[in-house]
Design a protein around this ligand. Structure first.
Ligand code: NI
Length: 391
């Protein structure tokens, strides 16, 4: 492929994007996707590293120039590759061929832009002083895929990591960048309120868990307004309430399930403590018992200031418009790559949002990426990585 011929590269990337879009695979089932990525990278002469997991892969581009200070830098770019269990409704000629599965989060763009960036850097490797690892990560939608990668030694020598996401709230040519928190820490809770079942006409014979559950829901919703600093983004959602089997029996059990989203670490700790206190206190006041299962998932993503500034400069030099990245109380397991607890050391990272044309939100059955954003995204990532190797 003649890389000087932009049109040729663009056509090639669009063709691959359409293939990935037609062949979506769910978390940890990305077998064909992985084989295709491997095939395309191998064709482009890009080295694939040994990798123990069943899906996903890690490729590497090694620059041939020596850094002015003699220090060889190693950076990583994370591209997630899995799709969602959604029946596609987008009316496009390259719609999903697996009914019930769809690239509704734009990970097909992530794969293709990652491949494009790798191809470009491989071609320009005599200009690069350092190494870039391309992590094609499985299972992001499951929120644990990054942890699987961290079980391998892939990240051991990486100094900084880049990540990105398709953003249908922005037009093409627009990149969202922000220093600081951009995605939330994701926690999940399950509460079991245990009362004493009895006849619906004789509640005095038992302990009805339903009013206890109702009081708990009210109590939980006051945490954000009464305990959390009003300038800190945070929320709690109770998303499942379940109790009872019929109209004339008071059940013995009520279950509540939900999620807590926070940006600051202190709020994450505060929330867990306040949820426990609220649930146990209210249950005790009603004479019931409560059990709380707390499941913590990805931490918040914090964008490094120097990396965000570098990206902003590069995006503008590529003729793109930069806007403040929308903060989201959604999560991304990208944050695991930067955390001391999961990485063994803290490393800087930056997660940007690439405008894919304003349209349906991600995870919507008609979500659609404008194909004209693919090449500019690949070029932006390649340039950002090239420049960051000089830092
Ligand atoms: Ni996604």
């Amino acid at each position: 492929m003649d890389l000087q011929n932009k049109e040729q590269l663009e056509q090639y990337l669009i063709q691959q994007f359409e293939w990935f879009h037609r062949h979506p695979e769910l978390s940890y089932e990305e077998v064909e996707t992985t084989a295709k990525i491997r095939e395309l990278l191998t064709e482009a002469g890009i080295e694939i590293l040994p990798y123990p997991l069943a899906t996903g892969l890690v490729a590497v581009v090694r620059g041939t120039r020596t850094a002015p200070d003699g220090q060889e830098r190693i950076l990583a770019l994370r591209c997630d590759i899995d799709a969602l269990p959604i029946v596609e409704e987008a009316e496009i000629p390259y719609a999903s061929e697996s009914r019930g599965k769809m690239h509704a989060c734009g990970h097909d763009l992530h794969i293709t832009a990652g491949i494009g960036a790798a191809i470009l850097l491989q071609a320009y490797r005599e200009r690069l002083c350092g190494t870039v690892k391309f992590i094609f990560q499985p299972g992001e939608e499951d929120a644990r895929g990054a942890m699987k990668i961290l079980e391998t030694d892939v990240m051991e020598d990486v100094e900084r990591i880049w990540g990105f996401h398709a953003d249908p709230t922005n037009a093409e040519g627009v990149v969202g960048i922000r220093e600081g928190y951009v995605t939330a820490a994701v926690d999940r809770f399950l509460i079991r309120v245990k009362g004493v079942g009895c006849h619906g006409a004789h509640p005095d014979d038992g302990i009805d868990p339903i009013p206890v559950a109702a009081a708990i829901i009210q109590g939980l919703h006051t945490i954000v307004g009464r305990n959390v600093n009003a300038f800190h983004p945070a929320l709690l959602s109770v998303t499942r309430v379940q109790a009872g089997t019929t109209w004339n029996v008071i059940p013995a059990l009520a279950e509540l399930e939900g999620t807590v989203r926070t940006m600051q670490r202190e709020d994450r700790v505060l929330y867990e403590r306040r949820v426990r206190e609220t649930v146990e206190g209210i249950a005790a006041a009603y004479g019931a018992k409560a059990e709380i299962v707390w499941i913590d998932s990805a931490p918040a993503t914090y964008n490094d200031g120097n990396m965000a500034q570098l990206c902003e400069k590069v995006a503008q030099s590529q003729g793109m418009r930069t806007v403040p990245e929308e903060m989201s109380l959604g999560g991304d397991d990208f944050s695991y790559y930067m955390e001391e607890e999961t990485m063994g050391r803290q490393i800087p990272g930056c997660y940007l949002k690439i405008g894919t044309g304003v349209g349906h939100p991600i995870h919507h059955p008609a979500f659609c990426v404008k194909r004209s954003v693919i090449l500019p995204a690949a070029e932006l990532l390649a340039k950002v990585l090239e420049e960051d190797l000089k830092q």
